[in-house]
Design a protein around this ligand. Structure first.
Ligand SMILES: COc1nc(N)nc2c1ncn2[C@H]1C[C@H](O)[C@@H](COP(=O)(O)OP(=O)(O)OP(=O)(O)O)O1
Length: 195
């Protein structure tokens, strides 16, 4: 049993699954809630290519901020409809906190999945949906486009795809290169539990 990093107290006993990077865990500012949702059906996963805003250019699940007064589940359903044009019976499958230097808040991302959906997935102003095969094991030749995704995704997708509930933390450092901010994955920790 690994000891979860700061910020993950209160999630109960979690079996460490993967961890890496080095350096000190960064000090966390207050948390803001976000969602991401995935449709995983018939050996394929639906991802969206983000067309604007935070995370532009990367593939991700469908999600966004939880609005004031909104439940996390309602936010997840709203974002899935807004970004992919579909509805689904979403079930929680993980939580991670993410912080990058320079941010005024820590992202707490509640992750959901569904094995079916209603409606037809469509390209929206924010996302272009695309189906990818789910590999038997997450290796270099995976059909999932890791190089066009958040750097930590390859560490927690396998736990999500295994059906276990996962909890994790991801820290990115910020550096300036030729006047442009660059974010580098510094440290991560993911654990799993059976439910
Ligand atoms: C490393 O951390 C992250 N990894 C992944 N895979 N996804 C992340 C990470 N940190 C945040 N996210 C997700 C959580 C949300 O789904 C989006 C960010 O939401 P966004 O800022 O686009 O929220 P909206 O409410 O849609 O914002 P606008 O309507 O203002 O565009 O990224």
């Amino acid at each position: 049993m690994g000891t979860p990093p700061p910020g993950l107290e209160g999630f109960g006993p979690i079996q460490v699954s993967t961890s890496g990077g080095n350096g000190m865990w960064l000090n966390l500012p207050p948390v803001k809630l976000y969602t991401i949702s995935f449709i995983i059906k018939s050996g394929k996963i639906l991802l969206g290519h983000k067309k604007r805003g935070f995370g532009k250019g990367v593939y991700n699940g469908f999600g966004g901020k939880v609005e004031p007064g909104e439940s996390v589940e309602a936010a997840a359903l709203r974002e899935l409809k807004e970004e992919a044009g579909i509805t689904a019976k979403l079930v929680p499958c993980g939580t991670f906190i993410y912080f990058h230097e320079g941010s005024d808040h820590t992202f707490q991302v509640e992750v959901f999945k569904a094995d079916n959906y209603e409606g037809e997935s469509i390209e929206t102003d924010e996302m272009r949906p695309e189906w990818f095969d789910v590999p038997d094991s997450i290796e270099q030749n995976s059909p999932i486009p890791w190089e066009s995704m958040w750097a930590a995704d390859r560490h927690w997708y396998p736990i999500m795809l295994s059906g276990k509930y996962f909890v994790g933390r991801i820290d990115f450092t910020e550096t300036m290169e030729d006047g442009v901010k660059k974010y580098t994955l510094q440290r991560w920790w993911f654990g799993a539990r059976d439910t």
